[in-house]
Design a protein around this ligand. Structure first.
Ligand SMILES: [Zn+2]
Ligand SMILES: [Zn+2]
Length: 295
């Protein structure tokens, strides 16, 4: 790798996060209430990170192809057109209304500097996500999360590939309980999306050590996608790997071979139906039993 390329792939992750903070810290009020702005930044970041795969690929076996690209495109559309709207309607708005009705205030948060407000929002969202994700690997909720672990290669948008129920669950947070300016919350949301795209990308980054200490990298997240189920129980944080370091679940290393259950790739319909597998197996067993019972 030549010196310029090495510098670019060292700085591109922190520089992207800095640009996102700069944008939301100085965003004009006229753009703040436009829903398309946050979506445009999220999708723009995804496209940029995906394009890096063609400049500095990590593994040839993760190279995107038409089938993977179309699957990713389906899930990006599903997430931004449906899941995020459902989450706002069914979770964010009722939680904000409950906060108002109960008279909960965190007025102090409104007086923090912008960067501290973003850090608070990032930590609240990520710490909740960390525990939910950890629970998914240690309870019946695995049935909703397993499709994300059936992906057999990593690419920028793969963070959005999974069962819709799981995508809804992992987008939940208690951030609506905090009094924070909208631009700080949007900034944290865009930062999480950017780090998640970087952490799922088929790109060879070489980030500064402080970045890899705080934020989830492809190394850490690929290890979370490794083939053995027990080995996936580490590096749960979507963006803030600091959560794993604080809670003792961080593991160093990386994986090139990813995917659960003998690396069976699931189609979109199989990903949608996956949580119903135990129920379908039970119905089938009952049907088989009654068919074999002499009448
Ligand atoms: Zn997982
Ligand atoms: Zn993942």
């Amino acid at each position: 790798m030549n010196a310029i390329k090495r510098t670019v792939f060292t700085l591109i992750q922190p520089a992207t996060l800095a640009l996102i903070v700069l944008f939301w810290g100085t965003v004009p009020a006229s753009l703040l209430d436009k829903a398309w702005v946050i979506t445009a930044i999220s999708v723009g970041t995804l496209v940029m990170v995906q394009a890096l795969e063609f400049i500095n690929e990590r593994h040839a076996s993760w190279r995107t192809n038409l089938r993977e690209f179309l699957t990713d495109l389906f899930y990006v559309t599903l997430y931004f057109a449906v899941i995020s709207t459902v989450e706002t309607t069914l979770a964010e708005e009722p939680l904000a209304a409950a906060k108002h009705a109960l008279g909960i205030t965190t007025d102090w948060a409104m007086h923090l500097p912008f960067v501290a407000q973003v850090a608070l929002a990032l930590f609240v969202m990520e710490f909740g996500q960390y525990w939910l994700h950890r629970l998914m690997h240690n309870s019946f909720l695995w049935w909703t999360h397993a499709p994300h672990h059936h992906i057999t290669q990593l690419n920028a948008a793969k963070g959005l590939v999974g069962n819709p129920l799981e995508l809804f669950l992992v987008s939940l947070s208690v951030i609506a309980l905090f009094d924070l300016p909208l631009n700080a919350v949007f900034c944290a949301y865009n930062l999480i999306g950017a780090v998640s795209a970087f952490a799922h990308a088929n790109v060879r980054f070489d980030p500064p050590r402080w970045y890899a200490y705080l934020f989830t990298t492809v190394e850490a997240h690929s290890l979370h996608h490794t083939v053995g189920f027990a080995e996936t129980r580490c590096n749960y944080a979507n963006a803030l790997i600091l959560c794993d370091r604080l809670c003792g679940t961080f593991r160093p290393g990386e994986a090139a071979i990813v995917g659960q259950d003998e690396r069976k790739r699931l189609s979109i319909s199989q990903q949608f139906m996956f949580p119903f597998r135990p129920l379908m197996a039970m119905i089938k067993a009952n049907t088989d039993k009654s068919a074999s019972t002499p009448g």
